[in-house]
Design a protein around this ligand. Structure first.
Ligand SMILES: [Zn+2]
Length: 524
């Protein structure tokens, strides 16, 4: 037998079986032809995987490359390929790059990136995908449609519930996006432009998701003191509509709230037992990467950027905000400015340092940073618990998502200090499997391959079997891990030996210059 590519002598974790087994993999074109004993076969290219694990390409079901604009700027997405990711789902947290019924719609990404330099010349979801198809994509890409993007195209800067007529237009735009290939809808209920959506509006969206057999991916209204109510809200939407529900980047913020873990998980478990199709993604880090204005009380930011700045300026509302911050956040001073595009000099400084410099409290410093950056600041906050994180990684309804974006290996002031999860989520997860014995290797691999593939309805990816598309990762279980840090995230992961995407070797650790961009836009 002759193959284009032969991966031989490896230990296969195929994404379906509960056992690892020795097998060779024969690939022709973009398809896996054989998984079995291929001794004596010849091939154009041979990978010797002796001593290594061979797994399906990792699937990132929670990726932000579109809203950070790097999907357009750095479509090769090296930080994802080199950690073994072969397919991503973008369009999360209420925001996608289409449909753009008016130029206003794109402003839903402004909390993460300024629009300067956004090279956008499409309106509909179909036109967006048509453009993206011609990009040299490093990984396979598929997208949700963002609810905030749709409603902002319609309501512009108005912060209010949509009228029944507007709800019909929102439904039509979502239906057209589904028709073009969108995998579902995302909500970002914590953010200013969605916080005022009525239950009727959200339920209409959830029902559309259900009737089209798509996915609803939700950034919860609260990840802190009101996390249980926030879960009950979206599980209610899923239960009433019958839609598939994914909780995005599930976590519990703030040490005073860690105790809600058991109650939060029991709300999810009980819903699952009642037949609600609910699951969540989680990243293996205890530092969150957060839009700074979401630290304010909801009333202070739900009017959008202008009203945030007004509320900060006006003495009585300023005092109320500071009282709120003093009550909520135990360790505000350690919050670290990761990116401030409008004021790059703040990057890398903590609120304590800024406060000391300005001779004010950390709460005052936070408000000063929001003013100095016109509200566009993103921060790192060590506000998550290791034991909560481990419990979520282990939970049967949990899969792993980066909640990060694709970058290359060069620092730029525009991108600032990005979260290390953009470079190391999957290797770090695998290193935790090795070091903490969290679960078996086959179970861990399912959480980053076949489970997300099933949820995204990717029928021919996420497993290693004859006839499926050849997205394959070869890695060393003894050394796999992340080197990316908060101070220097731009570092390649350890232990990822080869990444094959659509049958082509996209990354080989010994020949880093040989990289090709073999990703495709996935429409179905
Ligand atoms: Zn989010």
């Amino acid at each position: 037998m002759t193959f284009d590519l032969l991966i031989k002598n490896g230990t296969v974790l195929d994404g379906a079986s509960n056992q690892a087994y020795k097998a060779d993999i024969g690939i022709n074109g973009n398809l896996i032809r054989v998984v079995g004993n291929l001794r004596g076969a010849s091939a154009g290219q041979i990978i010797d995987a002796s001593g290594l694990f061979v797994a399906p390409g990792f699937i990132d079901i929670q990726n932000h490359s579109d809203s950070y604009l790097t999907l357009l700027e750095i479509p090769s997405m090296e930080s994802l390929v080199t950690q073994g990711i072969t397919t991503i789902l973008v369009g999360h947290c209420g925001t996608s790059l289409a449909p753009l019924s008016t130029p206003e719609a794109l402003k839903s990404i402004q909390k993460w990136r300024s629009l300067a330099g956004a090279n956008v010349n499409w309106q509909t979801f179909e036109e967006y995908l048509g453009t993206l198809k011609n990009y040299p994509l490093g990984v396979n890409v598929t997208s949700l449609v963002g609810h905030a993007t749709v409603r902002r195209g319609l309501l512009s800067d108005q912060i209010r519930a949509a009228t029944p007529e507007e709800i019909l237009i929102i439904e039509k735009q979502i239906a057209d996006s589904f028709e073009a290939g969108a995998k579902g809808v995302s909500l970002g209920l914590v953010y200013a432009h969605e916080a005022n959506s009525s239950e009727e509006e959200l339920l209409s969206v959830a029902k559309m998701v259900a009737s089209n057999e798509k996915m609803l991916s939700v950034h919860l209204r609260s990840e802190g003191g009101h996390v249980v109510e926030a879960l009950e809200e979206v599980i209610g939407l899923a239960e009433k509509s019958g839609c598939d529900l994914k909780i995005s980047h599930f976590k519990i913020r703030g040490s005073q709230n860690y105790g809600y873990l058991d109650e939060a998980l029991s709300v999810i478990d009980r819903a699952y037992q009642r037949g609600v199709s609910v699951f969540f993604d989680v990243y293996p880090y205890t530092t969150s990467w957060t839009v700074l204005y979401t630290y304010l009380p909801k009333w202070a930011y739900e009017g959008g950027k202008k009203s945030i700045l007004q509320n900060i300026k006006e003495p009585s509302s300023r005092k109320k905000i500071i009282d709120h911050l003093s009550r909520q956040e135990t360790n505000l001073g350690s919050v670290f400015i990761a990116t401030s595009e409008t004021n790059p000099g703040l990057t890398g400084r903590t609120l304590s340092q800024i406060a000391a410099n300005q001779e004010v409290t950390a709460q005052e410093a936070l408000l000063n940073v929001l003013e100095a950056t016109a509200t566009h600041a993103i921060v790192f906050d060590r506000n998550l618990s290791e034991s909560v994180m481990l419990a979520l990684l282990k939970h049967p309804l949990g899969v792993i998502g980066t909640d990060g974006a694709g970058y290359d290996f060069s620092f730029s002031p525009t991108h600032g200090l990005v979260h290390p999860r953009c470079f190391g989520t999957m290797p770090r997860f695998l290193s935790l499997i090795r070091e903490k014995n969290l679960m078996s290797w086959p179970e861990a691999i399912k959480k980053i391959t076949s489970r997300p593939a099933e949820k995204m309805k990717l029928k021919n990816r996420g497993r290693l079997a004859a006839g499926l598309v050849a997205d394959v990762v070869v890695f060393d279980p003894h050394t796999v891990g992340s080197r990316a840090t908060y101070e220097n995230p731009y570092q390649q992961a350890d232990g990822i030996s080869y990444v094959v995407i659509n049958g082509k070797i996209s990354f080989a650790v010994r020949e880093p210059a040989q990289r090709v961009t073999a990703g495709q836009l996935l429409l179905n």
